[in-house]
Design a protein around this ligand. Structure first.
Ligand SMILES: [Zn+2]
Length: 267
């Protein structure tokens, strides 16, 4: 408060003379009382540290490197929010999806997405706990993402798209965790799982757009977004010896995993 030039930097005020640091102060009035105590304290601090000749710079104090990165920040937030580093969450990671989709899938498994039945359990007063899509059943996580008739028709089309008509998606376990389909093929399993996670993520997004932004529930548009978004995220995360082609992805994505000899360099 007593500094005459508020924009002064450390190097303006601390002089190095024969490896000794000397205060080069410029006060608006002479310090006295508590300000004098603070000055003594800062002088003691200065004599106990080795001040470099480098220019002043900002340091990110939450990481030992001192450098701010979004991934460090994101890991810190996840650690604080979920009590553990998200890399160690119980759900195995899938490298074809962005972190936000992985976190969403983890929250689904933990029953931590804010469907009406969960909000009601937390004592939040809602005028109804019925599903906003069908208005016939209580909105649980499983109902919202899998069993609602307005959602299950989307899953039927996704199974058609992937030529996986022999399997069923009838609960959260089958949508997020279990290894149905492509059990012989780990890349196929990862791509199929990534698609299912992205489908859940986009279904939830459209449920929210309908409730909070008044958008009309449009299954054709939702399927189309699942196809384009999964293509974008997955193809960007695949090794591209032979890239995933959009038309082939749209026509039959299991083309990329059908052969155990792994006809293309996905993965
Ligand atoms: Zn419903």
């Amino acid at each position: 408060m007593l500094e005459s030039h508020k924009e002064a930097t450390v190097v303006d005020r601390i002089l190095h003379v024969n490896s000794t640091s000397i205060g080069n102060w410029d006060w608006s009035r002479p310090p006295s009382g508590r300000a004098m105590d603070e000055l003594t304290e800062i002088n003691n601090l200065i004599t106990s540290v080795n001040i470099s000749d480098c220019p002043d710079s900002w340091k990110f104090s939450l990481d030992t490197s001192g450098i701010f990165t979004t991934s460090t920040m994101s890991n810190l937030i996840n650690t604080l929010k979920y009590g553990t580093n998200s890399r160690n969450l119980s759900l195995p990671r899938n490298k074809y999806v962005p972190q936000k989709v992985f976190i969403f899938s983890w929250r689904v498994v933990q029953q931590k997405i804010p469907v009406r039945s969960e909000l009601d359990k937390k004592g939040i007063d809602l005028h109804t706990i019925l599903c906003p899509l069908c208005e016939h059943h209580i909105e649980t996580t499983e109902h919202a993402l899998v069993n609602c008739q307005k959602v299950s028709s989307i899953w039927t089309q996704i199974l058609d798209w992937w030529n996986q008509n022999s399997i069923n998606i009838s609960n959260i376990n089958e949508a997020i965790i279990t290894d149905q389909g492509f059990t012989h093929n780990s890349i196929g399993l990862s791509l199929w799982q990534a698609t299912k996670w992205i489908a859940c993520y986009i279904i939830w997004k459209h449920r929210n757009l309908m409730i909070f932004s008044g958008k009309i529930w449009n299954p054709t548009a939702i399927i189309s977004e699942i196809q384009t978004q999964s293509f974008s995220w997955i193809s960007n995360r695949s090794r591209k010896k032979v890239p995933i082609e959009w038309h082939q992805w749209l026509l039959n994505p299991s083309f990329y995993v059908a052969s155990p000899s792994n006809r293309i360099g996905v993965g």
